[in-house]
Ligand binder design. Structure first.
Ligand code: IMP
Ligand code: MG
Length: 185
């Protein structure tokens, strides 16, 4: 695999800015759910880094769970409307305050599908916390209750977001130069 330095176009959000914003989100969520029971649901795998940092800034007692989705159709960097749950929750969410934790909202298809699916399980409330919002790319409107950053229409990686499953560990959000990035064999 290439070193990310070979194909990074720019750092879009640095580590310090991410930390500051995530701390703010944690405070806001803690205020909004004061005296309420809370369940955070991480959408794997992109949301993991964000969720583990966010939860440490949430001061109200809460539980966590994870779910995974697979989307079929077009290329690996686009999601189609064709999304399937590949790993289900371990928790019964009926009558729970659920907060979904997502890395990025792009077309909106993934989130729309997840929200529809979870609503059938009758949670008490269902909200969305997304670190990144690529608004320009939206094909279906989706409600984002807590938004980290609005970003331009560029393909990003790092801080949970992958390029062909790698580079999720980087502590910042960067833009890829697709002319320099070599797709793994
Ligand atoms: P949507 O269904 O088009 O909103 O796609 C959302 C999913 O696509 C996210 O959960 C990411 O996994 C992936 N995605 C969208 N944009 C990017 C990006 O710039 N970098 C990495 N993954 C992305
Ligand atoms: Mg992804």
């Amino acid at each position: 695999m290439q070193d990310y330095k070979e194909f990074i176009a720019e750092t879009l959000i640095n580590e310090k800015t991410l930390k500051r914003r995530i701390k703010e989100l944690g405070k806001q969520i803690s205020r909004d759910y004061a005296n309420e029971d809370l369940l955070l649901i991480c959408i794997l795998r992109g949301g993991i880094v964000f969720m583990v940092d966010l939860m440490r800034h949430i001061t109200v007692p809460h539980a966590v769970d994870c779910m995974a989705l697979t989307s079929y159709g077009v290329g690996a960097r686009e999601s189609s409307g064709n999304i399937r749950m590949s790993l289900d929750l371990q928790t019964n969410i009926e009558n729970k305050n659920v907060l979904l934790v997502e890395d990025i909202v792009d077309s909106g298809h993934t989130l729309t599908h997840v929200l529809e699916m979870l609503r059938t399980r009758h949670p008490k409330s269902l909200k969305v916390c997304a670190l990144l919002d690529k608004e320009e790319r939206r094909e279906i409107p989706v409600p984002i209750d807590y938004r980290g950053f609005s970003i331009p229409n560029k393909f990003v990686f790092g801080y949970g977001l992958d390029l062909d499953e790698y580079y999720r560990n980087l502590p910042f959000i960067a833009v890829v130069d697709l002319k320099k990035y070599k797709h793994p064999a």
